[in-house]
Structure formats: C-alpha cells, structure tokens
Design a binder for this molecule. Sequence first.
Ligand SMILES: *[C@@H]1O[C@H](CO)[C@@H](O)[C@H](O)[C@H]1NC(C)=O
Ligand SMILES: *[C@@H]1O[C@H](CO)[C@@H](O)[C@H](O)[C@H]1NC(C)=O
Ligand SMILES: *[C@@H]1O[C@H](CO)[C@@H](O)[C@H](O)[C@H]1NC(C)=O
Ligand SMILES: *[C@@H]1O[C@H](CO)[C@@H](O)[C@H](O)[C@H]1NC(C)=O
Ligand SMILES: *[C@@H]1O[C@H](CO)[C@@H](O)[C@H](O)[C@H]1NC(C)=O
Length: 478
Amino acid sequence: MKNLSSSLSPFLVLIIAVYFIKIASATCHVDDEAGLLGFKSGITQDPSGMLSTWKPGTDCCSWAGINCLFEDRVTTISLFGQLDESNSFLSGTISPSLSKLQDLNGIYFQNLRNISGPFPDILFGLPKLTYVYIENNKLSGQIPVSIGRLTQLEALSLAENRFTGPIPSSISKLNRLTQLNLGKNLLTGKFPEGIKQLRNLTYLNLEQNKLSGTIPDIFKSFPDLRILSLTRNAFSGKIPESVSSLAPRLMYLELGHNALSGQIPSFLGNFRALDTLDISWNSFTGVVPKTFANLTKIFNLDLSHNSLNDPFPQMNVKGIESLDLSYNNFHLKQIPKWVTSSPIIYSLKLAKCGITMKLDNWKPAETYFYDFIDLSENEISGSPVALLNRTDFLVEFKAAGNKLKFDLGKLRIVETLKELDISRNLVYGKVPTAVIELKRLNVSYNHLCGQLPKTQFPVSSVVGNDCLCGSPLPPCKL
Ligand SMILES: *[C@@H]1O[C@H](CO)[C@@H](O)[C@H](O)[C@H]1NC(C)=O
Ligand SMILES: *[C@@H]1O[C@H](CO)[C@@H](O)[C@H](O)[C@H]1NC(C)=O
Ligand SMILES: *[C@@H]1O[C@H](CO)[C@@H](O)[C@H](O)[C@H]1NC(C)=O
Ligand SMILES: *[C@@H]1O[C@H](CO)[C@@H](O)[C@H](O)[C@H]1NC(C)=O
Ligand SMILES: *[C@@H]1O[C@H](CO)[C@@H](O)[C@H](O)[C@H]1NC(C)=O
C-alpha cells in the first residue's frame, strides 16, 4: 500500500495541519454550541440584540457574553441588561439545554429583567458551577429544598426576583459560599439559623423580603463578614449580642425598616471599620451610646424614625457623607459641628431634631456636594437664601414647619433642584417663575402674595398664603 503522507509534499502537510488547528480553535465544543442555541431558543424577546452574535456554525467562544477558558469549553455566560436603556432586557425562560455546558463555572444573568419561570434546575446538573448571579429577573416559585446539593457554590445571588416561601434550611450545606444574596424577593418565614454553617461568608444580604422573627444570635460564626444587610423585613427583638464579634471587619450594617427594639448596643462603637450603619425605621429607644465617638470612619449614618433620646454623643468623624437623625426625640439645638465641618457631605437630614438656630449663622465648610437637605419640623429662623446661593447642585430642600422669614423672590433655584418644601414658615414675597422646573413644590401656609406662575402643582402646594392668586387658586383680581 502506498504511504499517503509520503506522497504529500511537506509544504502541503503544513498547510493541512494549520488548517485543522484553525478549525479546532474556531469551533467551540458541539455540546456547548447546542446548549447555548437551546438557551437562545428559550428567549422570546431580545429587543436590544444581546444574543445577536449567537449564530449556528460560528465559534460560540466568541459570542457576546461567552467566555471559554479551557480551549473549546464554555466556562462563563455573562449577560447584563443596561438599566438606563428601556429595551435592554430579555424575555423568556432559562432553557434546560444549558445543562449541556458541562464545564460551566459561572452564570451571570444580571438585570435581564424579564426572564421568568421557576428556579432553574439546570444548576443541579453543572458539576463545576461555582458562581451564580441571577439578579433582577422575574424568576418565581420557591427556592427548592434541594438547594443544599449545590455544595460547590462559592457565590449565590438570586436577588431581585419573585421567589416566595421560606429559605430552605439546607442552605446550611453551602459552606463554601463567600457571598449569599437573596435580597429583594418575597421570601417569608424565619432567618434560618443554619446560615451559621456558612463560616466563609463575607457578604450576606437578605434585604427587602418578608422575613420575620428574631435575628438569631449566630454572628460569632462569621470571622470574615464585611457586609450584612437585613433591611426592609419584619424582624423583631434586639440586635443580638454576637453581632459584637463582627467588629474588626464589618463595613456595612443595615437593619433599617424592621420592627427591632431595645437600646442601641454600645459595642457598635467598637466597629472601627464601619462605613455605613442604618438602623432607621425601627423602635429603638434610649440614648445613642457614647462609644459612637469612636466611629471615626463612618460615612453613612441613618438612625431616623426611632425613639432615641438626648444627649447625642460628640462624634469624631472626619467627613460624614450622609446623615439622617430625623424623627427621634433629639433636641440638638444646633447642627452638629462634625456635620458643618464635613468636606464631603451630600445628604443632611435633621427633621424634628429640636434645632433652634438661625439658619444664616450656619456656615458649612463645604457645600459643593450637597444634594439633599431636610431641616423640617424644627424651630429654625432666619433665611436659607445665602445657603442655597452656595449649594450649586442641590436636588431637595425641605424646611417645612420652621420659622424661616425671607423673600422667596430672592431664593436661588438651581437647575438641579427637584423638590422645594418650605411650607408652614413665615416666607413672604412672590413665587418666582423658576419653580415651574420643579417636580414637587410646597409653599403652603406662608405669607406669599401675587400671581402664581403657570404650573401643575396641586392646590395643597400653595394654599394658606396671604394673597396668592391664579391657578390652582382663584384668579387674580385685575
Ligand atoms: C415579559 O415576559 C412576558 C412573558 O414572557 C411577556 O408576556 C411580556 O410581554 C414581557 N414584557 C416585556 C416588557 O416585554
Ligand atoms: C473557607 O476559606 C478558607 C480560606 O480561604 C478555605 O481554606 C476553606 O477551605 C474554606 N471553607 C470551605 C468550606 O470552603
Ligand atoms: C474609644 O476607644 C478607646 C480605645 O478602645 C477607649 O479607650 C475609649 O474609651 C473609647 N471612647 C469612647 C467614648 O467609648
Ligand atoms: C450669591 O453668590 C454670588 C457669587 O457667588 C454673590 O455675588 C452674591 O452676593 C450671593 N448672594 C447672596 C444673597 O448671598
Ligand atoms: C404641603 O404642605 C402642607 C403642610 O405642610 C401639607 O398639608 C400638604 O399636604 C402639602 N402638599 C403637598 C402637595 O405636598
């Protein structure tokens, strides 16, 4: 028999070899291509063309959102919707054919907004799957009891879907997890105590669900936890003692909008790394511990809507970014010095804080970043004219229910301003035309006079003045 290769010139062999290498690298594994095309056929709407490069016969490793690490096998699928573009979404369901992608390591389906269906069972058939982020979609039904089988997972986020029912206790088996985010669903029942088995967690987020009962005393189990968010649930009882063991590392502690009660534990003052503390909209009582003086790195502090009492401790923070102490039982008298001196503050909310100062005397060190100011329901006198002359990018100014006395015509209304509420003060003069650019206005119950500019604001925005006229009030007398 004639030797075939010996009859070919070495040059031709080289050409053929190069050709085959090229074909091999230009074609992803047939299973992966079939699996991805199956996924694509489960998508009923793709108005922004997210999957437009997914075409049969082309290298699936080069398709948008696809990564192949080991030669021809797909290792990650990353599809991200753009929130600021209304047509950047996918409708449909997650096809079972994705289970053909046997080397898949990560699934990132984020902000696709309209993917529906139940919890995707394909996750159970992907042995190398480690990172799952299926966020801001419309998955629904219960999280399966068998979720504990996904023991290889290091990150699991099902945030912003429509999952209902309890968090299965088998979640305790996912002990390689460093991140667990089940926030923004419709989950009910208790905080599963078994979560204490997840000792490697750095991030735990259960916010915006319907979870209830007490927060279990399990926080000694998380030496690396940096972020804990349980906001907007129905948790009751006290902040558990073991939270104190998170002190060296915890950066975000968010417990707002629950039904928690008792005193603010003084151990929170030991949280030297704390960036954000939100315990707003609960039923905390007593005083804010003196130890808060040691929270020198805190940037965001929200204690609003509780029943906290004086005295408020002197803080040693260098630059607070946002502060909300509104609607407690504080009598601060002045805007605190550590607020006035902050070079980076953008949001200051001190409604009903017993402030009695004259606003003209408040000289914040830096006003460049101010977006939100709420000083409603105090006894503040004087004028905000100089302040608003310095806040070039202000979005909201609220100072209802004070004793402000100034000519509204002199108030600078910057282009960024969306909301102005100075109702129930002693404001006089005319309503300037610039208010037509606002989203919300309330100048009711002052001493304003003259013709209103043409706006769509309701009558309750303008009632109770001395002699304002024109729509929505009765016409001006000529
Ligand atoms: C979202 O998906 C559903 C069901 O697949 C579909 O009926 C609906 O039209 C989609 N919504 C949008 C905004 O496309
Ligand atoms: C937790 O993290 C440590 C250090 O990174 C690692 O050695 C250990 O295997 C992890 N535990 C689990 C159950 O994965
Ligand atoms: C702040 O921390 C130091 C060192 O731990 C401590 O001695 C001091 O008492 C603390 N200050 C307050 C007000 O708790
Ligand atoms: C507003 O600011 C300008 C320049 O920044 C200044 O000239 C003017 O006097 C200020 N007006 C008030 C009322 O402070
Ligand atoms: C304006 O303020 C008054 C009194 O503060 C309040 O009763 C009214 O509902 C407010 N109207 C609007 C539109 O905000």
